[in-house]
Design a protein. Structure first.
Ligand code: C2O
Ligand code: CU
Ligand code: CU
Length: 485
């Protein structure tokens, strides 16, 4: 859908949310000159959340969500909202089988929750919007991570109507579950959390304008571990295992490292069976993670990890996005040459088996006219999110086949809480492409007009959310509720 001047839209769907959640920024406001944000510093070590427990198998800690002033710019500090004053939020690292007890203290002016994106935790521990932690309150989340769930997850707020704002103000962090026996344990690991930042002319975090609410927010910066275009000195070994998070509200990351190839070894929920070699690029939709092995080969130069142009069917003018240089990778310190082949298999990937029930989820958008203005609604099965409505019902431990259909004109990343699913096939224009390999995912992208079929199963009774992971669409109501009985 091509419509001139996205700024002329209004989102009636958001009127209620925005009246109490946040005012609307004027469309097309002037943003901070990108040159004013320093870049090129060495990639700093990722801050980690310290374990307060000395008991084996127990991880205990506190996360305080609060405003913090960060000296990003010469002109003065920028206010973010952060966990433990840290950007990104401190990295949580546990081992499968561990019990996790994390107390959230809410020092924000809004209700919040912590959602453990992708992790198999019981619904009542998963930070659903039904269980808000009010300003000044605290709450302890507690869960035990089952064997076999090693993977690359993350955490972020999920309160009703405020998820997008709290995430773009800085509240998000990585969560790694380590395997007891990791076939790639010997490799140097890199943790790259990619997030979006939009600063106004005064260097403060900009509010969303109507275009952001429509298309999803994309600021003038993509940060890597909260740094602009940092420099990464590649391991002297000549090989690294990268865990990459797309923690952006709406930006698709079409990652390329010109002159090098990626080897895919893991997706959202852990390692895949066999490495997929020779990838010249890898697309990470909002919410997704990947584990990529990068080999220096013979190179001793510098390469730029780039987010290449990706056309996701945004509305309004299709401005040629400029490719974003996001990370300088310096191979000059590499000394090793011949590297051993990666182990095979990396993991055993059981097929979830024969589905016993079917579900259909349809994403659509609807243009309406309100007070002479175009208004847009983002819908799931023809409806906007309602916290008091159950949209779908599943049975505990029953494998289901879900057909997810995108009838809208834009890409939307589908995300289901509480479990990892297996994509079976993708269909465009009647052509069905079976998925080439099994992988654990909790988020899958849907192109305009695409249908994706997944096998999925839920292991606890309770309410689970499913939604578009463009966070502005989630706030606008592109979300449904699954009741597991
Ligand atoms: Cu990452 Cu329902 O969210
Ligand atoms: Cu989630
Ligand atoms: Cu969407």
């Amino acid at each position: 859908m091509l419509l001139a001047g996205a700024g002329s839209f209004s989102l009636n769907t958001l009127a209620a949310a925005m009246s109490n959640a946040m005012p609307l920024a004027p469309a097309g406001m002037t943003l901070l000159n990108p040159a004013l944000l320093p870049s090129g510093a060495d990639l700093a070590a990722m801050p980690k959340l310290a374990n307060q427990s000395i008991e084996a198998g127990m991880f205990r800690a506190t996360l305080t969500a609060a405003p913090v002033k960060v000296p990003l710019l010469k002109s003065g500090p920028t206010e973010f909202w952060a966990y433990n004053n840290t950007l990104p939020g401190p990295l949580i690292e546990v081992t499968e089988g561990d019990t996790v007890e994390i107390t959230l203290i809410n020092r924000l002016s809004q209700p919040t929750t912590i959602h453990w994106h992708g992790l198999p935790v019981p619904p009542e521990q998963d930070g659903n919007p039904q269980q808000p932690i009010l300003p000044g309150q605290q709450h302890t989340y507690r869960f035990t991570l089952p064997e076999g769930c090693a993977g690359t997850y993350w955490y972020h707020p999920h309160p009703h109507e405020f998820t997008a704002e709290q995430a773009f103000r800085g509240l998000a962090g990585g969560f790694i579950v380590r395997a007891k026996h990791d076939p790639l344990a010997g490799l140097t690991e890199r943790h790259l959390i990619l997030s979006d930042l939009k600063l106004d002319q005064s260097g403060q975090i900009a509010l969303n304008d109507s275009n952001d609410w429509m298309n999803g927010r994309e600021g003038q910066f993509v940060l890597v571990n909260a740094q602009q275009r940092p420099r990464l000195r590649f391991s002297a070994q000549g090989r690294e295992r990268w865990r990459v998070w797309n923690a952006c509200s709406a930006r698709y990351l079409r990652l390329q490292l010109p002159g090098s190839e990626f080897t895919l070894v893991g997706t959202d929920g852990g390692l895949i069976e066999k490495p997929v070699h020779g990838l010249s690029e890898y697309l990470l939709a909002p919410g997704q993670r990947a584990e990529l092995v990068v080999d220096a080969g013979r190179r001793r130069d510098t390469a730029i990890l780039t987010g290449a142009i990706y056309d996701r069917g945004k509305m309004g003018k299709v401005a040629p996005e400029k490719a974003l240089a996001i990370l300088d990778v310096d191979f000059s310190a590499v000394t090793g040459s011949k590297l051993a082949a990666l182990p095979v298999p990396l993991a055993t990937m059981p097929d979830l088996g024969t589905p016993l029930a079917r579900k259909q989820v349809v994403f659509s958008e609807q243009m309406t006219m309100e007070n002479g203005q175009h208004a847009m609604q983002f819908l799931v099965n023809g409806k906007q999110y309602d916290m008091n409505r159950i949209d779908l019902v599943s049975r505990v431990n029953e494998v289901e086949l879900w057909e997810i259909v995108n009838q809208s004109d834009m890409d939307h990343p589908f995300h289901l809480h509480g479990t990892q699913f297996q994509v079976q096939s993708r269909e465009v224009d009647g052509v069905v492409t079976p998925e080439p390999f099994l992988a654990w995912r909790d988020t899958v992208n849907l192109r305009s007009g695409e249908t994706v079929r997944i096998k999925t199963v839920q292991h606890w009774p309770g309410i689970r959310m499913f939604h578009c992971h463009i966070l502005e669409h989630e706030v606008a109501g592109m979300m449904g509720q699954l009741k597991v009985v």
